[in-house]
Ligand binder design. Structure first.
Ligand code: NAD
Ligand code: GLY
Length: 363
């Protein structure tokens, strides 16, 4: 039941293996690939308790030496202090340049582990084993790694591609429902910005997706990975095209910041997608039917679509200005022209942005 797709980046190409019971196959796969001599599995405490043993078992059964190293779960751990602690643990346990890291967890674990792998002993290989829907469809693919500093999220980091991504969709069964729905916002992002047919499929297959039907989930995750791989292959370092993956994220990040990072990332992205759809309608770029379709699909997956009333437009504008995607004070928006097709522009009339940030309904 396992499917493999390739991220084609020349000598940095790697496979994404997707399916049920993939966790048990990681040991044999790593033995074949010979990624490292010894492996340090890096995981947060919650994911380690759920899946650490299973992954250790898969590796040791394949004759591979491995250790599990954990850190406290949550975004608060995604900082340079954690990088320092994990690097010290690796050094104390004698991990060297021939060894490799395995990121077992959500986006926080993947971003931390990828960055640690990029800088430990000036760079050692790593593989991704994503366990949240967000990490399976987005953060584990494409090589963005890094940590937060008090001045902002993801401000320290680098591009560093994994050697392989192993996606076991079975692990989604233990994911809290809110986290699953937050991941669905990123899934909807791909349909709304790149693939109208997939957008329709998401609407038609809602019951089986929410019931975690294996065939539907594997197809859904695979299709998202294919789209991400396709974009990353064309623009690995976000010189242009890769910016389309930020659909919903510009206003979404401002909403997330305004919430003091209390709002789940995917919920903020859902609000951001609805906001840019309305912005596009106001600017005459998209028909009203596009904003309506995006609104209906987000609501079908129980996602929020309105900017909370107590977030002032002025505060949101301030966050837009400090976003790392803002260049020379120019805020770029990824706007839909219709479902499945976007345009990137900074030419948006202030009056339209004001109306959207103030939550004024479309006429
Ligand atoms: P996360 O890694 O914090 O995981 C969310 C929570 O779910 C954690 O408490 C974790 O312990 C728990 N969890 C994970 N898998 C589980 C499972 N299978 N069962 C039960 N509990 C499980 O958060 P996330 O939403 O996966 O990732 C968010 C992070 O990803 C942010 O830091 C964001 O900046 C980053 N991100 C990176 C990229 C990229 O391209 N590198 C893209 C998008 C987001
Ligand atoms: N999550 C957006 C990107 O990887 O570019």
């Amino acid at each position: 039941m396992e499917q493999t797709i390739e991220v084609g980046l020349g000598e940095r190409s790697y496979p994404i293996c997707i399916g049920s019971k993939v966790l048990a196959q990681i040991g044999p796969a790593l033995q074949d690939k010979q990624v490292g001599k010894r492996y340090a599995i890096i995981s947060d405490d919650q994911v380690a308790a759920l899946y650490g043993e299973a992954l250790l078992h898969s590796l040791t059964k394949a004759g591979l030496a491995c250790e599990l190293i954990t850190f406290p779960h949550g975004e608060a751990s995604k900082n340079l202090a954690t990088i320092g602690q994990l690097a010290s643990a690796l050094a104390e346990q004698g991990f060297d340049r021939k060894d490799a890291l395995i990121a077992l967890g959500g986006g926080v674990t993947g971003d931390i582990t990828g960055f640690l792998a990029a800088i430990y002993m000036r760079g050692i290989p790593f593989v991704q084993v994503p366990t949240t829907l967000l990490a399976q469809v987005d953060s584990s693919v494409g090589g963005k790694t890094g940590v937060d500093i008090p001045q902002g999220k993801n401000l320290i980091g680098c591009f560093y591609q994994p050697q392989a991504v192993f996606i076991d969709t079975d692990v989604l069964s233990t994911l809290p429902r809110e986290e699953f729905l937050g991941g669905m916002a990123e899934v909807i992002k791909y349909g709304a910005s790149i693939d109208a047919e997939f957008f329709t499929w998401l609407g038609e297959n809602r019951p089986s997706i929410l019931a975690l039907d294996a065939t539907s989930i594997i197809y859904m995750v695979r299709r998202c990975c294919e789209m991400k791989a396709d974009v990353v292959e064309q623009d690995e370092r976000e010189g242009g095209l890769r910016r389309i993956l930020n659909f919903g994220h510009t206003i979404g990040h401002a909403v997330e910041a305004a919430s003091g990072y209390q709002l789940i990332h995917g919920f903020a992205v859902a609000i951001g997608m609805q906001a840019v759809a309305e912005l596009a309608v106001r600017a005459g770029i998209a028909p009203l039917a596009c904003a309506t379709a995006i609104n209906e699909l987000l609501l079908a997956y129980e996602l929020p679509v309105t900017i909370p009333k107590d977030y002032s437009a002025e505060a949101l504008r301030g966050y837009l200005q400090t976003d790392k995607k803002t260049v020379g004070g120019r805020v770029f928006f990824v706007l839909p022209e219709g479902v499945g097709k976007v345009r990137i522009t900074d030419a948006i009339a202030e009056v339209h942005l004001d109306a959207v940030l103030a939550g004024q309904p479309l006429a």
